[in-house]
Design a protein around this ligand. Structure first.
Ligand code: SAM
Length: 214
């Protein structure tokens, strides 16, 4: 069993006592966690060299599979300490030495490590305008934000595109495909940082998700 499979197995066992993921069957998790996470590999490989951050990592997806495959220094961020503590314990046990965790808000990380990362991912976290606002301060110029969306409405897409200049992120890929279960649709929305945001970021904690920029 490879290291990613072993990681998944540990997460599913831990999930019996702590809520890390709603996907409990091994068969579904193979597709919805491992295959889906790794569908971001081609995009992450386009990013410049440097550290990688997974925003709102939950049970460590897509962060851990992408960290293992790319070997990048990886930080998994989640505001729920119980989750990051479990994930840290599992990566330590498996000797995945390029992965560490940050228990806290993404906005606080943005204050502590501005322009530090070459790539950020976000799956099942927020709408695109919020993701752009949260990720922009963390990325250095040229860095990529890879958003895993299940469905993208015209309204959400257009709102995101209208914020490109304000947040310094430009869409470079928008791809939709189906996973191997034949039914799960994945939309990848990939943005590149081309300048610093025109507004001071991070705003007050919580605002990016509660009151997205217009
Ligand atoms: N990315 C994982 C996945 O796709 O399986 C987990 C998705 S889960 C629905 C969203 C996670 O984001 C939760 O664990 C939540 O605690 C975390 N989260 C939401 N907003 C956050 C913020 N502003 N800073 C840090 N973590 C946040």
């Amino acid at each position: 069993m490879d290291i990613i499979e072993r990681y998944l197995e540990e997460v599913l066992v831990a999930n019996e006592t702590t809520n890390l993921t709603r996907i409990v069957s091994r068969e579904s998790a193979e597709i919805l966690h491992i295959e889906d996470s790794l569908s971001g590999l081609n995009y992450i490989n386009e990013a410049p060299g440097g550290p990688y951050v997974d925003l709102g990592t939950g049970g460590g997806f897509p962060g851990v599979p992408l960290a293992v495959k790319t070997g990048r220094d990886t930080l998994l961020v989640d505001s729920v300490k119980k989750k990051t503590a479990i994930i840290q314990g599992i990566v330590d046990k498996l000797g995945i030495s390029n992965v560490s965790t940050y228990a806290g808000r993404i906005e606080d990380l943005g204050r502590e490590m501005p322009s530090h990362f070459a790539v950020a991912t976000a799956r099942a976290l927020s709408q695109l305008p919020s993701l752009m606002e949260l990720a922009s301060p963390l990325l250095f110029e040229g860095g990529l934000l890879i958003c895993y969306k299940s469905h993208l409405s015209d309204e959400e897409r257009n709102h995101a595109l209208s914020l490109e200049d304000k947040l310094g992120l430009k869409c470079i890929h928008e791809d939709t495909f189906t996973l191997s279960d034949g039914e799960t649709t994945r939309c990848m929305f990939v943005m590149q940082k081309f300048k610093d945001a025109e507004v001071k970021l991070p705003r007050k904690t919580g605002l990016a998700q509660k009151r997205p920029l217009k």
